[in-house]
Design a protein around this ligand. Structure first.
Ligand SMILES: [Zn+2]
Length: 349
């Protein structure tokens, strides 16, 4: 917090370490949303349509609050830096690299950028507030191992799309396209047969950013399989609860129970217990898909939401040498519940 002009105060080391400083002549934009002060700090604003961009961010903030029903900050800053890759979430800011300007090559590139900002923003909830118990308070002197990054990162990827959809910034078909891209990434590599999702989380200290050819065939990424498991879990919970509950309820429960009430992270078993609570019964088969190698039974779960995986080009022998397509498509529902689940999941009327 700023206590005086240019004087800042942090109550402890964790807060200090979580508070980036960005010095330069960046463009500053301030506005109120959700009765909070929002600041944009943009290093390369060329091509910026300020009104549209601020409007789009407002929609993202509102739709995230609608999902989580609570805001854990008084002020929040989007620190948008020079061109580069990646970003980092903080308690009241995100520091992200950008495209270097707002002249995106097309609408899809702009939407990807908004997805990315949504991702870092949702981390405020899923990883800062809702966190695996191993991830804080930190012992900064050694690595912190957890099996749950598939939830912390993977679910955050999944919610990029749902929040953007709810904000009216993605169509239902675009949500399906983004989700399909993750299935394609997993199924085109043999890494899925050698590493489980849990292991990809636990081993991240050994291979993160090690993108060589061998690791692509021996490891999987929780950024890819995580959102796919989120989709299957979401469908399973909706199916078991007659579409009364969803993965949203799991997120809200974890937030209320462990972050707000108990002020701590959740354990692996507590995560699965919260799934059981919302589904009404344990989801052992899906848990097995997280803990073991191989592919999940996609069709079994997708069908429950009147969806299917189009593998027509994937099964075409002629396409053997190119990346195979796995497209999520809508199919004719077998009953009202399946249609209801698809409509509420994709937020279609
Ligand atoms: Zn992330």
């Amino acid at each position: 917090a700023e206590v005086d002009q240019g004087k800042f105060y942090a109550p402890n080391f964790d807060v200090l370490y979580d508070s980036p400083l960005y010095l330069g002549n960046q463009k500053i934009i301030e506005f109120q949303e959700l009765e909070k002060k929002i600041t944009l700090s943009i290093a390369t604003p060329e091509g910026l349509d300020q009104k549209k961009f601020v409007d789009d961010l407002r929609k993202i903030l509102r739709s995230t609050t609608k999902l989580m029903q609570h805001i854990p900050f008084n002020d929040y800053t989007f620190i948008m830096m020079e061109p580069g890759g990646g970003g980092l979430e903080h308690w009241n800011s995100q520091a992200v690299f950008t495209y270097g300007s707002f002249n995106f090559e097309n609408d899809r590139a702009y939407k990807r950028f908004l997805n990315f900002l949504t991702h870092e923003y949702f981390h405020l909830y899923n990883v800062k507030a809702i966190r695996p118990i191993e991830l804080g308070p930190f012992d900064y002197s050694q690595e912190n191992y957890t099996t749950m990054l598939w939830v912390a990162e993977g679910f955050t990827v999944y919610y990029e799309y749902l929040i953007m959809r709810n904000a009216g910034l993605l169509t239902a078909n675009e949500v399906l396209e983004f989700l399909s891209s993750h299935i394609k990434a997993i199924e085109n590599k043999s890494g899925k047969d050698h590493m489980s999702l849990e292991r990809s989380s636990f081993d991240v200290w050994n291979y993160f950013l090690n993108n060589d050819a061998i690791s692509a065939e021996t490891t999987i990424s929780y950024y890819q399989k995580g959102p796919v498991m989120a989709l299957l879990l979401d469908i399973a919970i909706r199916n078991e609860s007659d579409n009364e509950n969803s993965l949203d309820d799991v997120m809200r429960y974890l937030y209320e129970e462990f972050y707000r009430k108990q002020g701590r992270g959740y354990t692996e078993n507590e995560f699965w217990d919260s799934v059981t609570k919302m589904a009404g019964k344990p989801q052992e088969e899906l848990r097995k898909y997280v803990e073991s190698t191989g592919s999940p039974d996609y069709e079994k779960y997708l069908k429950l939401a009147a969806l299917s995986l189009d593998r027509s080009s994937a099964d075409d022998e002629k396409t053997e040498l190119v990346e195979k397509q796995y497209d999520l498509i809508k199919v004719v529902p077998e009953n009202d519940l399946q249609l209801k689940i698809r409509k509420s999941l994709l937020q279609e009327n």
